[in-house]
Each structure stands twice: as structure tokens, then as C-alpha cells.
Ligand binder design. Structure first.
Ligand SMILES: Nc1ncnc2c1ncn2[C@@H]1O[C@H](COP(=O)(O)OP(=O)(O)OP(=O)(O)O)[C@@H](O)[C@H]1O
Ligand SMILES: [Mg+2]
Length: 353
């Protein structure tokens, strides 16, 4: 059975009295070896939550448990004598957005920083092992300015991995890199963490990145953990309109129930799940829309964008709303075409308004 590596219970952090808490009553469990992707818009509390786990911030309420050891207990309110274990004793590694390598130290020296309790021979052995793991053998003597951004970020990961921590915290580690490097490195980072068997929390505000790299995704909004689940669960069964919009970038249209069907201005769609309400907003994912040209249809194609593997169409509804559809490149429809819309079976969801 998997063991919990991290457990947060009712963690709240409020920086100033008159603002909303940056982290609001967050509880979660991370299992040994899993990668948790923490996803949410700017300012929703992702970094603050990481800093609480790392021990840089003390929450007002809640408990933080790492590997079965309570490292912070503010469950009785933040008091002088509440239980608190400092960062350096928490067995966590940290990778920041801006690499944060020491510019005057070479790769080996940067990595050796977390290995001070070992002798020189042990350090060299461990540095060689980890550099191999991150694919940077031979660069031991380079200084940070002699490395590309992607290489620097791999050194930062290597430095965090070197002392073999139980948990690694990564705060938007890829956001300073260009898209090509970023796509490659996110695969590599996942593989490196898996090979090392290290549990991790990976903060990002890029939903695709979170879905691709994580075993479990947590979506935050205004300090709250809105939903936590596997990437598939989050994508296919968002439990709130916010998660649906943020993660899937789906279309939303007002809808009214007629029997098993939900009527919208672009057609009526079957919903198999029973709902207690009769009006709401229907969620239609871009990739689930099927466009069929029909001269009497009320929806019209306004623009078309070629995205490589697919086309994205912007469609205008009778009321003037814009909705988006993505289709494979084998069906190319010109701008101005009127289209009837249908949806891949059961792919809609309705949220109460
Ligand atoms: N030291 C601080 N003092 C006061 N307020 C703070 C402090 N640190 C963060 N905040 C506030 O807490 C909220 C959450 O900030 P946080 O940095 O955790 O967000 P984030 O999700 O990491 O955002 P981003 O994606 O932009 O990095 C913000 O409103 C921020 O202004
Ligand atoms: Mg942040």
C-alpha cells in the first residue's frame, strides 16, 4: 500500500487582517512517489502553499505532516509554543522559477551545497549519479552563465535531488523557458522524478502542463483547493464551473431542460445524468463539437486558425456569442460557412447558474 508523504489539514494563511486568506482551509494528502500538479490562476495561493510546506511561512491554522512527522501544528491557533520544525530539518528539496543557482559556483559546487554533511568522495559520487539522472554528464565544471536556461533548470533540479529528499517542491520551474524547451523538459522532469522515486509538488498556471506532468492535479482558486483528482477526472468531471473553465477552456451556453434534453440557442443536447434543476449552463468542450455545413443553420464560422494538428474555429451563435471548436485537419471549412452543431456522445455537462 502507498504511504502518505505529505498531509495537510485545514491549513489557512492570512497575511493581513483586511484581505482574504492567501491559503484558505486547504486539506490534501500526497502519496509516496506521486507528483501533484498544483494549478490555478495568478494570486490564488500556490506559492504560499508551497512556502508553508517548505517551512518559509507559518500558517494561522492547520497541520502539516511530512513522512508521518508533524512539522507544523497550528491547529490550536498560532501561538508562540505551537509545534514548528524549520525548513532545513524538513527533508524537502526546492526548485524555484528563476533557477536560483549560485552564479559564482560551478555545477558541482552548486550541487554540493546541499551535501555538506558528506565527505568529498561521497559528494563527487552523488554529483556524478545525479548529473547522469538529469542528463548533464560532463558539465560538472561549467558556471551557470555557461549553461542554457533549460540546462540551468536541470542543474537546479539535480541540486534539489542530490540529498535524496522525500519530497521536492517545484514552483513554476519551466515558466522562464521557451515553449520547445519547456515541452521537452516537462517530460524529462517527470521521468527524472519517477526514476528517483521522489514525490513532488509541481506548481504551474498552465493547465496542459499540469495535466501532462502530474499523477494528481489540485486546482486552486482564491486560496481554496477547488478540486483534487487524477488529470482524467479533473478534465472529464470538473466539479465546478471554475474548474471546467480553467482546465478545459470549454464553451458555456445557457440551457433549459426539456425531458432528457437540454435546449440551447445552438441546438438541443442529450444529458444522461439526472439533475434536479431545469436551467443552467451547458459545458461543451471544444474538441467535442462536430460541425456539419447546412445552409439553413443558425451558427456561422467567423474565423479559422490552423494549430498544426487541428483547426480551431470561432463560431458565432444567433445571439452573437462566440464559441470555439477544434477539429482534426481532415475537415476544412471556409470562414462564412453555416454549420449545424452536434456533440460527441454524452460529452456535455450542465452547471447550475
Ligand atoms: N508576504 C506576503 N505579504 C502579503 N501578501 C502576500 C505575501 N505573499 C503573498 N501574498 C498575497 O497572497 C496571495 C497569494 O499569493 P501567491 O504568491 O501564493 O500566489 P500564486 O498562486 O503563487 O500566484 P502566481 O501564479 O502569480 O505566482 C496574493 O494575493 C499575494 O498578493
Ligand atoms: Mg507563485
Amino acid at each position: 500500500m502507498q504511504q502518505a508523504i505529505l498531509q495537510l489539514q485545514n491549513v489557512t494563511k492570512q497575511f493581513t487582517k483586511n484581505t482574504l486568506p492567501a491559503v484558505n482551509n486547504v486539506s490534501l494528502t500526497l502519496q509516496q512517489g506521486d507528483i501533484l500538479g498544483l494549478l490555478g490562476p495568478s494570486g490564488c495561493g500556490k506559492t504560499t502553499l508551497l512556502r508553508i510546506i517548505a517551512g518559509f511561512e507559518r500558517p494561522q491554522t492547520g497541520t502539516v505532516e511530512i513522512c508521518g512527522q508533524i512539522v507544523c501544528d497550528a491547529s490550536v491557533g498560532l501561538r508562540q509554543h505551537s509545534h514548528y520544525i524549520p525548513t532545513e530539518q524538513r527533508d524537502v528539496g526546492i526548485v524555484f522559477q528563476d533557477y536560483a543557482l549560485f552564479p559564482h559556483l560551478n555545477v558541482t559546487e552548486n550541487m554540493a551545497f546541499g551535501l555538506r554533511k558528506f565527505n568529498k568522495q561521497q559528494i563527487n559520487k552523488r554529483v556524478a549519479e545525479v548529473l547522469q539522472l538529469v542528463g548533464l554528464e560532463g558539465l560538472e565544471n561549467r558556471y551557470p552563465y555557461e549553461l542554457s536556461g533549460g540546462q540551468q533548470q536541470r542543474v537546479a533540479l539535480a541540486r534539489a535531488l542530490a540529498p535524496q529528499p522525500q519530497l521536492i517542491l517545484l514552483d513554476e520551474p519551466l515558466s522562464n523557458l521557451d515553449i520547445q524547451v519547456r515541452l521537452r523538459l516537462r517530460e524529462e522532469m517527470r521521468n527524472i522524478l519517477k526514476a528517483a522515486g521522489t514525490s513532488a509538488i509541481f506548481v504551474t498556471h498552465d493547465q496542459e502542463e499540469a495535466l501532462a506532468i502530474s499523477d494528481i492535479v489540485g486546482v486552486m482558486q482564491q486560496g481554496h483547493l477547488e478540486q483534487i483528482g487524477t488529470p482524467e477526472e479533473i478534465y472529464t468531471h470538473p466539479t465546478s464551473r471554475f474548474v471546467a473553465e480553467f482546465v478545459t477552456q470549454a464553451n458555456f451556453l445557457p440551457a433549459r431542460r426539456q425531458g432528457n434534453f437540454w435546449e440551447t440557442e445552438v441546438g438541443s443536447f442529450k444529458l444522461t445524468v439526472d439533475l434536479t434543476h431545469d436551467t443552467g449552463e451547458i459545458m461543451i468542450r471544444q474538441e467535442d463539437l462536430i460541425l456539419k455545413p447546412a445552409t439553413d443553420a443558425s451558427v456561422v464560422i467567423r474565423t479559422r486558425r490552423f494549430l498544426g494538428r487541428e483547426y480551431q474555429y470561432c463560431l458565432q451563435t444567433p445571439s452573437g456569442k462566440e464559441i470555439h471548436a477544434r477539429t482534426m485537419t481532415d475537415t476544412v471549412l471556409p470562414v462564412g460557412t453555416r454549420v449545424k452543431l452536434s456533440i460527441v456522445d454524452d460529452a456535455v455537462q450542465v452547471f447550475r447558474t
